[in-house]
Design a binder for this molecule. Structure first.
Ligand SMILES: *Cc1c(COP(=O)(O)O)cnc(C)c1O
Length: 425
């Protein structure tokens, strides 16, 4: 599932000793494994090989242009949600025609940029947006393709903040209105409305919501086709589970086993938008223990990474397995799990230096005994890790390193103090 493994008590990223990277680049540092990205992409391709599939990796999960570049070379398209992400894709040499653009609030500028780039599909989130796209495309003399994002009213049973396919969320058009929208715009000559898009939300841990949603949109597709309109593609979004806990989420093959039979022989191209399931366990965030302290009954390990570097624990109550980069033999973990316990360890809260009680990575975590300056690895940090980082507390953003076999390379320099104020001068 990934290429971060202990060898003789030392954590390796592929064939590179993590301690070596930390010594050279400093901490906190995001360390990515190229092989992990490639393997996840390959597994998804294989799982859906019976369908005519385009995989559009979701840039917002982890969008460093060096990562997008090798994803593009490996055949991936891209799912974007802003003009900035389109810029990243183009800078990385991504294929515009394999790029799909979602988002409830696309600005005119962003739409024009995407029209001129020649993206594959605009994923339309409202009739007002579709009207605006028709207007702008007419002005720019372009004939883009569009997919109507349908809100299938399905609960992926994940965190409320990452749920996007329920009626009360702001995303897409009600399924009941879908047929009407095609009746109004399905023959428009400027914007070719010819696909359906859904995205249920992130980090779902079951296959059923996808089955339920796809069954619903297949009914709609039948109706729309029988009304005389063309539907050439269906985009089933992202949100597939990633292994934050060892083997806790379905893998690509599990999703495909349920999804492929539904979409086979339907004369539909299929688009997928995986983000976390590709990127999540393709990175670790390595941080150093600054201080240890005890407060009442509680023990704290204060580390040099903060919630500005990785906000998922406070934002989504997300679990990230945390373990020292170097351990004695008896402390080599055999899985990544909340309940992992071994004799001789202790229970600590792993917290950052920021002035907020929400600045934590893990609470009541069992860990081997720690001392000052120990390095800790926060696992499964690749998705919505660096991409959600900020400069809060005037902290410089951490460096990003890409490991490829025996080699590693800094793919984003650590920011410096001048970077913090440069745009204010
Ligand atoms: C965020 C997003 C994705 C990716 O979600 P993951 O949970 O990272 O797989 C896919 N499609 C759309 C429209 C998104 O907004």
């Amino acid at each position: 599932m990934d290429y971060f493994n202990y060898k003789k008590g030392k954590l390796f990223a592929e064939s590179v000793d993590v301690e070596t990277i930390a010594a050279e680049v400093g901490t906190p540092v995001y360390i990515y494994s190229k092989a992990t990205f490639a393997e996840h992409l390959q597994k998804i391709k294989e799982a859906y090989r019976e369908l005519e599939t385009t995989i559009c990796y979701s840039v917002k999960a982890c969008g460093n242009i060096n990562i997008l570049k090798f994803m593009a070379e490996a055949g991936s398209g891209f799912d974007i949600v802003s003009g900035g992400e389109l810029y990243r894709v183009l800078q990385a040499g991504g294929e515009p025609s394999k790029t799909v653009y979602a988002g409830v609030g696309k600005t005119d500028t962003e739409i024009i940029e995407a029209l001129n780039a020649g993206i594959g599909y605009f994923n339309i989130e409202s009739e007002a947006e579709l009207q605006n796209l028709i207007l702008l495309a007419t002005k720019e003399n372009k004939q883009p393709k569009a997919a109507l994002r349908i809100n299938p009213d399905v609960d992926p049973k994940t965190h409320t903040y990452t749920t996007t396919g329920k009626k009360e969320t702001k995303f897409g058009v009600d399924i009941e209105r879908g047929r009407k929208v095609f009746a109004n715009y399905g023959k428009n000559e400027t914007v070719k409305l010819c696909a359906i898009h859904i995205h249920l939300g992130s980090a779902g841990r079951t296959v059923e919501p996808y089955v339920e949603a796809i069954e619903k949109i297949l009914v709609l597709i039948d109706q729309v086709r029988s009304d005389g309109f063309t539907i050439e593609a269906v985009n089933i979004g992202g949100g597939y589970g990633a292994d934050y806990i060892t083997s806790a989420a379905p893998v690509a093959a599990d999703y495909a086993a349920a999804i492929v039979p539904l979409l086979k022989d339907k004369n539909l191209k299929v688009i997928l938008e995986p983000g976390a399931s590709i990127a999540a366990n393709a990175a670790i965030l390595v941080t150093q223990v600054l201080y240890l302290k005890t407060s009442g009954e509680k023990k704290f390990a204060i580390v040099d990474a903060g919630m500005n570097d990785l906000i998922r624990p406070p934002l989504y109550d997300a679990f990230h397995f945390i373990w020292p980069v170097k351990v004695k033999k008896e402390f080599v973990p055999d899985r990544r799990d909340k309940d992992l316990q071994m004799r001789g360890g202790e229970v600590v809260d792993v917290v950052g230096p920021i002035c907020e009680s929400s600045d934590f990575f893990g609470k009541d975590r069992f860990l081997p005994p720690l001392k000052r300056r120990d390095l800790l690895s926060i696992f499964t940090a690749g998705a919505y890790g660096f991409s959600m980082s900020s400069n809060y507390n005037a902290r410089v953003r951490s460096a990003e390193v890409l490991v490829d076999g025996e080699n590693f390379q800094v793919i984003r320099k650590r920011e410096n103090y001048e970077d913090l104020v440069a745009l204010e001068r």
